[in-house]
Design a protein around this ligand. Structure first.
Ligand code: FAD
Length: 371
């Protein structure tokens, strides 16, 4: 039972954001910059963010060569270029907002290992570079023979492609910096609040929690990513689990930077001298279409094989951490920022690449809330 004080002063706000991931927190910050005197609450189901934002690989990336080729073929050149542009602007916006030190941003470059199956991408390298030139003013992808030679990667890595515009960051520090900034800007973050339903009223949206509490606000942003369908069954967003492992420090690790393999279905990077490796969802799409935050033996073994055969052949690095996070996927890889009822806006956009894109989606979500 709630006290009079709680009911009188702690349940209402001008804006409620549901979901405390990187889009939810940045939506709250974007709204604050437009409405300095309104009250803003973020309701997050976990005690820490419990979706993707603090469980990802920290790639600040725009798309590898094979992924961009795939996207051009699937959604067309214009839509692909727009996504690349939005990721680039989103990353710049977040770096300006938080500062590179606070998020441990390293401009170490982005890379892609082509195996036999990916070599056909080389035939379209010039076409993709020409298409991206107006956005970057320079050649984005080039073959890095010297880098491949120095890397020590196994023989399945036939070609290394380098992209000098990408970087990597520390996902935990990014979320900590966002939460700190939110606190400084009088945005209240309430954790352990699992929202179970939304009811629009006259100028007010009632936000009901699964534990039976009722908050209310004039405006509500739904930034629950993969779990959006729990609140909005027609959202068109489905969950896809991502699994990761991390090794102990590897003395003399010969490469740095954010690497992709197989259109980004596998990805690895250095974290200091450790190797973080994730992916493998394509090995069991049906089994990984889940919101359950657990790792599985089958995907973890596939990651270990890749680690030992391709990334660190002949080295015996122990695995110290394993975890899972949940991504959200929409059809056609398109962001969804949409009014879904009076005062309510859905802000979703990441399709597994939110670190760069998230700030841009958040700005659009906040803008739509105020229209
Ligand atoms: C393993 C993995 C690796 C990844 N690697 C990268 C990468 O290297 N680079 C990159 O750009 N992107 C990466 N991503 C994707 C990126 O992390 C996401 O695109 C981004 O974090 C999405 O942010 P979000 O705020 O939309 O969602 P989330 O971070 O998922 O936030 C949604 C929040 O809503 C909360 N929530 C859900 N339902 C409710 C409810 N009913 N009530 C209250 N709260 C609720 C959840 O607990 C969650 O904290 C990766 C994702 C995973 C899982």
């Amino acid at each position: 039972m709630l006290s009079f004080w709680e009911q009188d002063a702690m349940l209402a706000a001008d804006l409620i954001v549901i979901g405390g991931g990187l889009i939810g927190l940045q939506t709250a910050l974007e709204y604050r910059s437009r409405r300095p005197h309104e009250s803003i609450k973020v309701l997050e189901r976990g005690l820490l963010p419990s979706g993707a934002s603090s469980r990802n690989a920290g790639f600040a990336c725009f798309g590898s060569l094979t992924e961009i080729i795939h996207d051009i073929d699937a959604i067309g050149l214009d839509a692909t270029l727009l996504l690349v542009q939005r990721r680039r602007e989103g990353l710049a916006r977040m770096r300006r907002r938080l500062g590179d030190d606070a998020i441990a941003y390293e401009h170490a470059g982005g890379f892609e290992l082509l195996t036999d199956a990916g070599l056909a991408a080389l035939e379209r390298l010039d076409e993709v570079n020409r298409a991206l030139h107006p956005l970057f003013g320079a050649e984005v992808f080039s073959v890095d023979d010297a880098g491949l030679k120095a890397s020590g990667f196994g023989p399945r890595a036939r070609v290394l492609i380098r992209n000098p515009f990408e970087g990597q960051l520390h996902a935990g520090k990014m979320m900590r910096a966002l939460a700190k900034l939110a606190g400084e800007q009088c945005i209240e973050i309430h954790t352990g609040i699992d929202v179970g339903g939304l009811e629009p009223g006259h100028g007010t949206v009632h936000v009901r929690t699964r534990s039976g509490m009722a908050f209310e606000a004039a405006r509500v942003a739904i930034c629950t990513n993969a779990l959006a369908a729990d609140l909005l069954p027609d959202s068109g967003i489905a969950p896809g689990r991502g699994q990761v492992l991390l090794t102990e420090p590897v003395p003399g690790l010969p490469w740095r930077g954010a690497h992709h393999i197989d259109q980004g279905f596998y990805y690895f990077r250095n974290v200091g001298d450790r190797v973080l490796l994730g992916g493998g969802r394509h090995l069991d799409f049906a089994g990984e279409a889940t919101g359950e935050l657990v790792t599985t033996a089958a995907i973890q073994s596939a990651l270990e094989r890749l680690l030992h055969e391709v990334i660190l052949p002949g080295r015996n690095a122990c695995i110290t951490h394993r975890w899972a996070g949940i991504m959200g996927f929409s059809t056609g890889k398109q962001p969804i920022v949409r009014r879904i009822g009076q005062g309510m806006v859905l802000g979703f956009g990441c399709n597994g690449m939110g670190v760069a894109l998230g700030a841009d989606i958040a700005a659009e979500t906040a803008g739509l809330l105020l229209q």
